[in-house]
Design a protein around this ligand. Structure first.
Ligand code: ADP
Ligand code: ADP
Length: 228
């Protein structure tokens, strides 16, 4: 089953920069896809279209068969959780626990269920011991984990991570992969945007190579061998 379908998507910033020029691809349910491309190739701009932060100027985006439009952007946002590159954009409450619980309180969920879900996710991501800390003072790597927890707690079907490996040491990257594989076992669909070829080669089921706002290639990991 296709969970994401992007058709001929183009996007131009107000200053005239054409960030996406007719991008098309699809992502199947339960798979691990890497969107690979150098800085400036359009990865972030594309990601912003997957949960309705940006609406298509030209072309279409479907999530779970539903077209992303002004009308559906709220529903779509519940289905697609994005972990942004810079955790300072995402982590803001006065404790880690509150930060992760924030979205659930907003949904008006019962406190008992919130407690259970937050505990489960903090343990999964490996930041339970940080629950009473002030997010602002955490290390970059710790903040990234808290941001991921805040996304996972909402139980999106599709999890998108923008450059998750930035500043992680080899051990941090291994932990990240382990966790992402656990998520996949939990039937999530995962999309990682990165310029890190090694990360794509190690981890992906499928690779989409983006260059200057266009899809250069799309397919299995063997694509990466051809590149060299
Ligand atoms: P990536 O995530 O692959 O680094 P981006 O989607 O951030 O790529 O950027 C794609 C292109 O759009 C780049 O040329 C970038 O400079 C440009 N761009 C990004 N954000 C803006 C903006 N707010 N205004 C104008 N141009 C932008
Ligand atoms: P550790 O988790 O091992 O204490 P950090 O996650 O704090 O390490 O940082 C790892 C690397 O990322 C360091 O080289 C640090 O300089 C850099 N770094 C930490 N915080 C930021 C940030 N907010 N922006 C950019 N780089 C950062």
């Amino acid at each position: 089953k296709r969970v994401i379908e992007v058709q001929d998507l183009s996007y131009r910033y107000p200053d005239g920069t054409e960030a996406l020029k007719g991008v098309s691809f699809s992502i199947d349910w339960g798979t691990k896809t890497v969107l690979l491309g150098p800085n400036g190739s359009g990865k972030s701009t594309l990601i912003m279209h997957l949960n309705g932060v940006f609406l298509p100027q030209k072309g279409k985006v479907f999530v779970d068969g539903q077209e992303v439009t002004k009308k559906t952007e709220q529903t779509v946002r519940r289905k697609v959780g994005i972990v942004f590159q810079d955790p300072d954009d995402q982590v803001f409450a006065s404790t880690v626990w509150e930060d992760v619980a924030f979205g659930l309180f907003n949904l008006g969920m019962q406190e008992k269920e919130i407690k259970e879900r937050v505990e489960e996710v903090l343990k999964l991501v490996g930041v339970w011991h940080l629950r009473n800390r002030i997010p602002y003072h955490l290390s970059y790597g710790e903040k990234k984990k808290v941001a991921l927890a805040g996304v996972l707690v909402m139980e999106p079907e599709i999890v998108v991570l923008d450059e998750p490996g930035t500043y992680l040491d080899p051990q941090g990257k291994r932990e990240l992969f382990w966790m992402l594989d656990e998520l996949c076992k939990n039937r999530k669909t995962l999309l990682i945007a990165t310029h890190d070829v090694d990360l794509a080669a190690e981890w992906a089921d499928k690779v989409i190579i983006l260059k200057e706002g266009r899809v250069l290639k799309e397919g299995g990991k063997d694509l990466l061998l051809e590149e060299e």
